[in-house]
Ligand binder design. Structure first.
Ligand code: GPU
Length: 829
């Protein structure tokens, strides 16, 4: 190093004084500095929100420090990196999670106390980052936390929506949607990188040009938009590693339409430029229904194109031989939403890096893997060929070329079996010719993962049967998991402390298998007592929240029975509501002496319906109508309450889950690919009332059937039950509660008619009638178990003890080893 460089480095170091310090005085000074200079309020007078802002900025400084060190280290070591592409990341709040992962929670709490603030109160000031819909999006967030904690050299890539998932407002029992303009109050958790930006092209034509005697394809775009990077540091727990979630925002491009400024219509030219920003403006709120929308297609390509450019630039910084690309890059596609990355990498390698088609194809086949999250073929994405050809003309050509080779391969393998060829083709012929994104992904990825064992079975035997016969080695599963950092450490500090006390260590926060140690103590009266206390405090907190949100007082002595998730017919919130009506009807018809034996319940339902999903919206209204009747019936009093929690989101889940006794995961068997909510409840010692579907099947194996309340048809029974309508062994009670809804017992009978029609007679696709009797039995078993608090508490402890297998650390470890081929790269302290 030159003398000058060394002197400069020394000066910098002495000015910086090494790393930021985390003693209470340093923290207070940093916080007040941010109050004064970042938030620009007087340090002598600032409110809770301003305090939150200042605290966040001081935490952000610490994140940045580690982010720099981590990335400098990655650059030096240059390991194979994982690039995780997802159109949705449901991060929720960041403050509590960050200070816990940085290991400075208590220090901040002390420092704030001395300034006259309470950490929890400030943490409540933060709004949710809701850049996603449901399970799929929250899974991405959990996996980012695990990737960071396990020191994997990984990057997340996605879109930075200006409007997150809509806010749900309930008016007169009906859902209304309001925009979530979440950036209004600033977002301290992101770092804008105005210099990290790429041009993304759309529309236009493909021209052929001569190149060294051959031909090359040149895409002449009709529109260009700039992608600007926003980096979101993701700190690991118990490590210095802090990885990056890079989200792209669309900005007008200076390269594009300069000429329109020459026409004299300056104002309109500026307004037109501004339209570029709509690409990253709004998250699509329909969980899993793709309708061939142009804007959605542009969103997908926009983030894929920017990310691929970023990855290739990084690769070329260190190497310039694309043969080594697969040794440096693993590219994971979260469902098919980012699958345009496949033709995009082909295009860049062939058209811009001048590799041969064969060379490029070999690379593509080595770097891509994908995960699928659905079980129904109808849920698979298709893009109309006309649309794709107009927005991305070169990509359509590439997809056709890939399909041509694939069809040739198929013919060699299966002969001229036209049925099979047309089913497996990437191109679907028909009224609307379209591209099947799942088929494209399967053809080009080396590995296709399902999200639970039974999900893989369904993929192999139904959804992708043909592909499985062709390439059995491609198909695998990694059972989903959730991060215990957020779902226990952040959200349930009481239980967390108790677990550590009884295990004699907090090492389980990085190694969930250790929780099994709790099994030895499950019958211990002292642990049971402490366990009950912690859970009771959480229930009181939840009761206060319910009071604040709905004005309803509920007793923490009652059993809190919870179903929170997106509203979907297959998730059967309707079954839950009909069960509640049944319970209500029973209590109403009881003798006074029998009422004393009833276990009091608070039934809690929460979740959003896609704005265009009529049935789901009717279910929300029915829940309110039934609640209105039950909650105001003086005969019922505290024996039964029905609460709908509005605007369910990640931070609401953090509060509700630790305070639940029983949670419901009651999808029709064969419909929930995995389910992850159940895992969060399990960790928190909440008992499950569930069908044998998705990951629940594996949960049963882990904790045993006796420690939960199972019911309903099994996966293999469902098709037969559906075949014949007369097979529906509809319980008498089912007909009776349905009658009540139809006859207007809860009002709105016209509005609920289609809902009733959808589950009566042969049309009961999700088998509510069939499963109703066994559902009621499971509910009765739960009542019986609850009366015996000793038994209940033991089951609760055993639930937590058996939840280790459902940590996303485990899932991510399996992906790293089996699918991505990446190794930890731990930044030294
Ligand atoms: N999932 Br497809 C979503 O949340 N959104 C979707 O569009 C699709 C699937 C869910 C599955 O329903 C759930 O079973 C799974 O646990 C989750 O993805 C994560 O894999």
């Amino acid at each position: 190093e030159s003398g000058e460089g060394k002197a400069k480095a020394e000066r910098m170091f002495s000015l910086m004084d090494g790393f930021l310090k985390n003693d209470p005085i340093s923290l207070q000074k940093d916080i007040l500095d941010h109050v004064e200079y970042t938030v620009a309020r007087s340090r002598f007078s600032f409110d809770d929100f301003e305090a939150y802002q200042a605290v966040s900025h001081s935490v952000r400084d610490r994140l940045i420090e580690r982010w720099h060190d981590t990335h400098a280290y990655f650059k030096r070591k240059d390991p194979k990196r994982l690039y995780f592409f997802s159109l949705e990341f449901l991060m929720g709040r960041s403050l509590s999670n960050s200070v816990i992962n940085l290991g400075v929670r208590d220090q901040y709490a002390d420092a704030l106390n001395q300034l006259g603030f309470e950490f929890e109160v400030l943490a409540e000031q933060e709004g949710d980052a809701a850049q996603g819909n449901g399970g799929l999006a929250r899974l991405s967030a959990c996996q980012m936390d695990s990737l960071a904690t396990m020191d994997f050299p990984a990057w997340g890539y996605g879109l930075r929506y200006q409007y997150g998932l809509f806010r749900q407002v309930i008016l007169d029992g009906f859902q209304h949607e309001q925009p979530d303009y979440w950036l209004n109050f600033g977002n301290p958790w992101e770092i804008e990188r105005i210099h990290v930006s790429y041009a993304v092209k759309f529309y236009g034509t493909v021209e052929e040009q001569d190149l060294n005697g051959g031909k090359r394809k040149v895409w002449v775009p009709g529109e260009m938009v700039e992608a600007v990077a926003y980096d979101n540091p993701i700190p690991g727990y118990g490590t210095r590693n802090t990885i990056n979630l890079r989200l792209w925002a669309a900005k007008p491009s200076d390269l594009y339409d300069m000429e329109s400024y020459g026409t004299g219509d300056y104002i309109n030219a500026v307004i037109n430029r501004q339209k570029a920003e709509t690409i990253s403006s709004v998250l699509y709120p329909d969980d899993r229904s793709y309708q061939g929308k142009e804007l959605r297609l542009k969103q997908q390509y926009f983030f894929v194109s920017a990310s691929v450019q970023d990855i290739i630039r990084r690769f070329k910084d260190s190497l310039n031989d694309f043969n080594q690309f697969p040794e440096k890059v693993a590219l994971q596609l979260n469902d098919t939403h980012p699958s345009l990355a496949i033709p995009e990498v082909m295009r860049v390698l062939v058209d811009e890096e001048f590799l041969s088609w064969k060379q490029a194809w070999d690379i593509v086949c080595k770097i891509f893997s994908c995960t699928t999250h659905t079980v129904v073929p109808e849920g698979l994405e298709k893009i109309p060929v006309d649309l794709l050809g107009s927005v991305l003309p070169r990509h359509l050509q590439i997809i056709f070329d890939i399909n041509f080779s694939f069809m040739e391969e198929l013919k060699k393998h299966f002969g001229l079996d036209f049925n099979r060829l047309s089913q497996m083709s990437i191109v679907e012929e028909g009224a609307v010719k379209s591209i099947r994104m799942a088929n494209l992904s399967i053809v080009c990825c080396h590995t296709v993962n399902g999200v639970s064992r039974v999900h893989l079975d369904i993929l192999k035997t139904k959804v992708f049967k043909d592909f499985y016969e062709l390439w059995p080695q491609k198909f695998h599963y990694k059972t989903n998991g959730v991060t215990q950092r957020r779902w226990l450490v952040v959200s349930n500090p009481g239980l967390c402390g108790l677990i550590s006390k009884w295990l004699g260590t907090d090492a389980w926060i990085r190694d969930m298998d250790l929780l099994m140690g709790l099994r030895d103590h499950a019958g211990d009266a002292e642990l049971q007592q402490e366990w009950k206390m912690v859970r009771r405090i959480n229930k009181i907190r939840l009761a206060e929240f319910i009071d604040a949100m709905t004005g309803m007082m509920v007793s923490p002595d009652a059993m809190f029975d919870v179903q929170i998730k997106r509203i979907h017919e297959y998730k059967r919130q309707l079954l839950n509501i009909l069960g509640i009506i049944y319970r209500y009807d029973c209590i109403k018809n009881m003798k006074e002496s029998d009422r004393r034996k009833v276990v009091p319940r608070v039934c809690i339902i929460g979740g959003k319906a896609a704005p265009g999903y009529d049935m789901a919206k009717k279910i929300i209204k029915l829940c309110h109508a039934v609640g209105e009747t039950i909650n105001n019936d003086s005969d019922i009093d505290d024996l039964l309450k029905l609460v709908f929690i509005p605007d369910f989101n990640v931070s609401v889940a953090e509060l509700v889950i630790p305070g639940s006794d029983l949670s419901q995961h009651i999808s029709t068997a064969g419909h929930e690919a995995s389910g992850t909510g159940s895992m969060k409840f399990l960790m928190n010692g909440c008992l499950l009332l569930a069908t044998a579907d998705g990951a629940t099947i594996e949960i049963i194996e882990e904790i045993g059937e006796d420690n939960m309340f199972l019911f309903g048809a099994k996966v293999h029974e469902v098709p037969k039950l559906r075949e014949k309508a007369e097979n529906h062994r509809v319980a008498l009670q089912f007909a009776r509660v349905l009658r009540m809804v139809r006859d207007g017992y809860f009002g709105y009978e016209d509005y609920f008619k289609s809902l009733c029609d959808s589950i009566e007679g042969g049309g009961d696709f999700y088998l509510l009638g069939n499963d109703f009797a066994s559902y009621l039995e499971a509910q009765a078993a739960a009542d019986k178990a609850f009366v015996d608090q000793e038994r209940w508490t033991k089951m609760s402890i055993l639930s937590t003890a058996g939840s280790g297998r459902f940590s996303s650390d485990k899932t991510v470890g399996e992906y790293a080893h089996q699918t991505w081929g990446i190794e930890p790269c731990r930044c030294p302290f």
